[in-house]
Design a protein. Structure first.
Length: 413
């Protein structure tokens, strides 16, 4: 029997691995070049057009690096372009979005307690919001507002806050923060593809044609590169947030995300100032700590409280299918007996303050809604229950597998 979920899980794993590899390559090169650019110093006897230089040591060798303000008088025979790290990070990230949140929209994207959405509608909002965010960002950068970097950054931050709030009004908390990261990553990669690289190509073409390049192209590319630099750390937080319910499941999750963007600014400002041989701005770490403590407080006041009733709702068609499948009552007994101690509004296990990954398993309806996770975590694998709390037998896991596969195949299979 072809097990669609088995192959989907491995496809997601492979795509996540690729995303991690390419993301490390992109972020690493971005951080390096920002630090290099800020650390350049004038050098006596440098060739014409050299704006600054630096000596570095790594791997047992010494490197002498020089930066031309616009470009050298003659192009070298070989020129290294830094672009594929960015492109493949976005491609693999989009692949993750499709494989996890679009194919599993009923489980991860749509939350009927937030908004009742058809699968096609949720996917349309997901894709459309990424395009909308890039278009708005690009138009604002090209507007008169873009002439003043400080004003521009404030305006862009307010847009991010609005998008954070908007996502939480239509998607599950987990998907909302993930999409905010995807939106930001899309802007960053689009900056490389639509602005930074084309501007660099214009400069190269002018040099090859014997024309003096216009410095404005370098200025515009530098502005977008600076934006990418300050957005990197918040993107990483959003990507990790889907593993931590405290970050995404509270009432104030949109405000948590908004404050994370400010933390990205304070942390990067410290390092950027340091790379430019400026003073150590230790106050930025104090500000970051204060912001993080506020984030923690918001997660505490915005989550489910002791005694809160589990909100009842109608099952979706796919959830109804799992609830009606043969073996569901037995699976419900197995799950409630083995999983509900942790996956509860008020967990009964020391050290667990919230249900892991925001998954609640206290009612038959919740078991049907979490069918995919139950199958993967306890049917296909032995990941759950964990450690010393694992009392689920092989027969129990077989029952879960048979129930899930029977529901997927349908009554006529």
């Amino acid at each position: 029997m072809f097990d669609y979920t088995f192959w989907l899980e491995w496809a997601q794993f492979a795509m996540r691995w690729l995303h991690l590899i390419t993301g490390i390559a992109w972020i690493g090169s971005s951080f390096y070049f920002i630090a290099l650019d800020l650390g350049l110093r004038p050098e006596a006897g440098a060739p014409k057009g050299v704006n600054g230089a630096a000596w570095q040591v790594h791997g047992g060798g010494f490197y002498h690096i020089q930066k031309y303000m616009v470009a050298p008088e003659r192009m070298p025979d070989e020129l290294t372009w830094f672009k594929w790290e960015s492109y493949m990070t976005w491609v693999s990230g989009f692949g993750m979005l499709v494989l996890l949140y679009w194919t599993g929209a009923q489980f991860f994207l749509i939350d009927p307690n937030v908004m009742e959405l058809p699968v096609w509608g949720a996917i349309a909002i997901s894709a459309g919001s990424l395009v909308f965010a890039w278009v708005m960002y690009d138009l604002i950068c090209k507007s008169p507002l873009g002439e003043n970097n400080n004003t521009l950054m404030i305006g862009l931050y307010l847009i991010l806050v609005a998008m954070a709030w908007g996502y939480t009004q239509v998607f599950s908390g987990r998907a909302a923060l993930l999409h905010l990261g995807a939106l930001t990553g899309t802007i960053m990669s689009a900056n490389v593809f639509f602005v930074i690289m084309p501007n660099q190509r214009i400069v190269v073409a002018d040099l090859k044609a014997g024309r003096a390049p216009d410095p404005k192209y370098g200025k515009i590319a530098k502005q977008r590169s600076t934006h990418n630099n300050y957005l990197t750390l918040p993107v990483l937080f959003m990507m990790l947030s889907n593993h931590y319910p405290l970050a995404f499941s509270g009432e104030w999750n949109w405000l948590v995300a908004s404050l994370v963007f400010l933390m990205g600014v304070t942390i990067r400002h410290f390092f950027n100032t340091h790379h430019a041989h400026g003073p150590y701005l230790w106050w930025t770490w104090a500000a970051t700590l204060v912001l993080f403590l506020i984030v923690m407080w918001l997660s505490a006041i915005g989550g489910p409280k002791a005694g809160d009733a589990v909100e009842a709702r109608a099952l979706s068609p796919i959830e109804t299918r799992f609830a009606a499948a043969e073996g569901f009552e037995q699976v419900t007994d197995i799950v409630l007996g083995n999983c509900s101690m942790c996956h509860a509004t008020e967990p009964g296990v020391d050290g667990i303050g919230r249900a892991p990954r925001g998954v609640h398993l206290e009612t038959p309806e919740q078991v049907a809604a979490a069918a995919h996770q139950i199958y993967v975590q306890a049917g296909l694998s032995r990941a759950m229950p964990p450690g010393t709390y694992n009392f689920m037998t092989d027969d129990d896991r077989a029952v879960i597998r048979d129930w899930y596969r029977g529901a997927v195949a349908g009554p006529d299979a």
